[in-house]
Ligand binder design. Structure first.
Ligand code: PMT
Length: 397
């Protein structure tokens, strides 16, 4: 759920700032983009060099840094993120936030952002218990700011009490949970088929096609990043399993059908796989040999149509999206396929060799639905996936 999310991490000046380095690592492990702002006091505990090295991003620490202002103003810094996390949030930083001060980069960004804010307080237990801090925290909570912690335990000065910054793993999990719950497809289940199928001729040979799985996998990632609990049923590809998806590996069309049906009920089904329409009717159990006479003729049997089976199922997903891979009469074939297979939308793409659609990184698609056809400009398969996922989320809203 952190995948692709942009997190602005504000590091306050307390001893717990050392934990922010581990926090950056954990957020990045979840594939979030992490931009960091250091308060002047934070620089006494961690250096911009270590923060920049771990975040792989430029570190921001000066409101009046003209170069930074030229490249990215503090207003953009405050808005070009999906959420702001303050960790550690010192008593001083919490007080500034409660008062609405804007006298350094961190406090200015916090005042200028319109994104969800999370704070992870860390301080001495007496400072935490102080009525001033408690009033500040209550004010922030009343404004909708999420307060994560502090936890109880041994503090840096050796005293025991409430004041430890929540552990980075737990903070990263809370952020991921929040993103999942507020995502447009939260609570929805999605099934995506992707890649080719392999139909065995004998134990060493098979019929296959040129699908790389790039388009289908990108759609699974995009649906998962909008919060859908996503099952990706994938034929053999060279791609790594995308994070955040439940991946089922299959080889044949029959296996793909069984895995797809096993993933029901689902709210959304997107069939991007290039399923072999036919399979050898009698796959040999041992390797076929050249015997010097006439070449073997392959008898073919028709494979089940997974898209049509899903679209016409008693447990039909609410939205069924198919693809049409055509080399001629793209839109006419796509419109006919939509009706014949009973799906809601067809994503039509031209797969003539010159287009590079099979295996390439880009695609030009047309969305055919009951109301007509929408043509999208050429774009990367990832962008097609993101735009399709957003269209799906809108349709199910
Ligand atoms: O994998 P890439 O290299 O990224 O390439 C992407 C792609 C070209 C494979 C993809 O964009 C695409 O077009 N996928 C559908 C390929 C296909 O088999 O199209 P079709 O027109 O033959 O089939 C129509 C629809 O029926 C498709 O949704 C297909 O998944 C489905 N189908 C077809 C046959 C079958 N037996 N079962 C099915 O579910």
């Amino acid at each position: 759920m952190l995948d692709g999310k942009r997190i602005l991490l504000i590091i306050g000046g307390g001893i717990a700032a050392y934990k922010s380095l581990d926090l950056i690592r954990r957020l990045r492990e979840g594939r979030a983009q992490v931009r960091c702002v250091l308060t002047p006091a934070a620089k006494q505990f961690v250096t911009p060099l270590s923060v920049g090295t771990l975040s792989h991003e430029r570190v921001y620490d000066d409101l009046f840094d003209l170069t930074a202002e030229h490249e990215i103003g503090h207003i953009r810094l405050a808005r070009e993120c999906d959420l702001v996390l303050v960790a550690p949030a010192t008593a001083d930083l919490l007080a500034k936030m409660a008062l609405g001060l804007a006298n350094d980069l961190a406090s200015t960004v916090l005042l200028a952002t319109d994104r969800p804010i999370f704070v992870a307080p860390a301080m001495n237990h007496v400072m935490w218990a102080n009525a001033a801090t408690q009033e500040n925290v209550a004010k922030l909570a009343a404004r909708g700011i999420a307060v994560l912690g502090p936890d109880a335990g041994e503090l840096a000065e050796g005293e025991i009490g409430l004041g430890r910054m929540r552990e980075p793993a737990a903070l990263a999990a809370s952020i991921a949970q929040h993103l999942a719950a507020s995502a447009p497809l939260a609570g929805k289940r999605a099934l995506v088929t992707s890649g080719p199928t392999y139909e065995p001729i004998d134990p060493v040979r098979y019929i296959a096609n040129r699908s790389s799985g790039k388009q289908g996998h990108a759609i699974a990632v995009a649906l998962a990043s909008l919060g859908a609990e996503t099952t990706l049923v994938s034929g053999p590809t060279r791609l790594v399993d995308p994070p955040g998806c439940h991946v089922v590996h299959i080889e044949t069309a029959q296996e793909m059908l069984a895995a797809s049906l096993a993933s029901l009920p689902a709210d959304i089904a997107v069939c991007a796989a290039a399923v072999a329409d036919w399979r050898p009717a009698h796959a040999a159990t041992s390797k076929l040999k050249k015997d010097g006479s006439t070449p073997h003729a392959l008898e073919l049997a028709e494979n089940p149509d997974i898209l049509a089976t899903l679209a016409q199922n008693v447990a039909r997903p609410r939205l069924v999206v198919g693809f049409a891979a055509e080399t001629d009469n793209l839109l006419a074939h796509a419109a006919a396929k939509r009706v014949r297979k009973g799906c809601d939308w067809i994503v039509a793409n031209d797969v003539s060799p010159a287009t590079g659609t099979f295996g390439g990184d880009a695609n030009t698609v047309h969305i055919v639905d009951a109301t007509g056809t929408e043509t999208w400009a050429p774009m990367s398969k990832k962008d097609v996936a993101a735009r399709l996922a957003a269209r799906i989320a809108k349709a199910l809203a």
